[in-house]
Design a protein around this ligand. Structure first.
Ligand code: ZN
Length: 407
């Protein structure tokens, strides 16, 4: 058994001073104040002193990292798992948009977590049911209908691991697809579309409960045309993702989201892709669906100054950012230091809320007895000193890893 002692622990719903976490194998045995949580005889003790112990971070929208897209196969998925461990992310959903790419993730899910890895908890498909015009750099062709047979092909390929399916309700047959997603027990997410407010609310009636990267690639809020953003901000039935890397959404808009949704209905996501963790440069990877086909094409991406752009666009074009390159720990930092949330609440958006969003909060998302021993050790500035997954220390750094440096 292991006892981790700290002067400050964030569960994240509670803040405990002079606390201890008792870990037995892969799971948390107890969490409490040192004064009334006896450490068993012979127990190994790790005292982190003034450093903060918090739940491991959970990312429900992540395409890849460190030179690998999750769609590239089982080994690429494991590479992502290892890199995410170094960034404090202990659980994640692989975001994969094409049928072929799902195989590797399913293989890893079947085999289970390996040493040094964060844990994949399922698959999020941001794939065939996006409105083409609302994919950066994509064609203006009319969209293909959202075919239930295509959805079922994905459901089958995921072998029970499909957690989230994205759909733009303005596609022909979009509402039907949302109903079917809901009917088959998968979380239906709004993504990449230009629905107006009324259509968005019809999608919610049909069973949509989650909004991907709120504000990005969706109709914005005008006071007479509240759009998807107006619906997302005001409808309590939906959980809103937020890419809080500091580039995708202005801090004031991040603040508006939390003020409207409260602390229960926002979850931070990274939306990272393969360029996360790599130095600035021009990369040639594939990553998008063209013309409704499940084909992948080479697209030149430029990583520079914290963002990734498609080579033929510039940052002044709306939607030109191509995913992100920052793990969600950066979002925790930004919610605290750009928006002004208490650290406890910023952590909650990236742990417990994300776990609830993915329906995995029965075993991860907070520090409490009987949950998996997934935690991070950080300081006040959100520098990362250690990551633990299922009781295994998968990352440790004496100087601390800064969230402000990505490679
Ligand atoms: Zn997206």
């Amino acid at each position: 058994m292991l006892a981790i002692k700290t002067r400050r622990l964030l569960t994240p719903l509670q803040e405990l001073r002079n606390a201890v976490v008792l870990i037995d194998g892969e799971d948390i045995e107890a969490v409490g104040l040192q004064a009334n949580t006896p450490i068993p005889e012979g127990c190994e003790v790790w005292d982190v002193g003034d450093r903060i112990v918090a739940p491991g971070l959970i990312d429900v929208h992540n395409h890849g990292a460190n030179g690998h897209f999750a769609r590239e196969g089982a080994e690429a998925v494991r590479e992502c798992c290892r890199w995410l461990a170094t960034a404090g992310t202990t659980s994640w959903l692989c975001n994969i948009g094409d049928l072929e790419g799902i195989k590797g993730a399913v293989e890893v899910l079947r085999q289970g977590r390996g040493p040094g890895e964060s844990s994949i908890e399922g698959i999020h498909v941001e794939g065939p049911f996006l409105y083409p015009k609302y994919l950066p750099g994509e064609s203006t062709d009319p969209p293909l209908p959202a075919e239930l047979s295509t959805y079922h092909a994905f459901l089958e390929a995921c072998e029970g691991y499909l957690v989230m399916m994205d759909c733009s309700p303005d596609l022909p047959n979009g509402l039907e697809l949302i109903r079917e997603t809901r009917r088959t027990g998968v979380i239906s997410c709004f993504a990449h579309g230009n629905a107006d407010y009324d259509l968005f609310m019809r999608a919610v009636d049909a069973g949509m409960t989650h909004v991907t990267h709120t504000y990005n690639v969706m109709s914005g809020m005008h006071h007479r045309r509240p759009g998807v953003v107006g619906g997302a901000l005001t409808c309590d039935a939906v959980m809103c993702e937020l890419t809080a890397d500091g580039f995708h959404v202005h801090p004031a808009a991040m603040d508006v989201l939390v003020r409207c949704k409260g602390l229960d209905r926002v979850c931070l996501v990274s939306d990272t892709q393969a360029a996360a963790g790599l130095p600035d440069g021009v990369y040639n990877w594939s990553g998008r669906i063209i013309d409704g086909e499940f084909g992948w094409t080479d697209v030149t991406l430029i990583k520079k100054d914290g963002v990734v752009l498609l080579a033929d666009q510039d940052e002044n074009q709306d939607g030109a950012l191509s995913s992100s390159v920052w793990p969600i720990i950066r979002g925790v930092h930004n919610m605290t230091y750009q928006v002004g949330l208490p650290l406890k609440d910023s952590l909650r958006l990236a742990s417990l809320n994300a776990a609830r969003a993915a329906g995995i909060d029965s075993h991860v998302g907070s520090l409490e007895a009987d949950k998996r021993a997934d935690l991070i050790v950080i300081d006040e500035d959100v520098n990362l000193y250690a990551t633990m997954v299922a009781g295994e220390v998968v990352f440790q750094s004496e100087e601390g890893r800064s969230v402000l440096v990505d490679a």
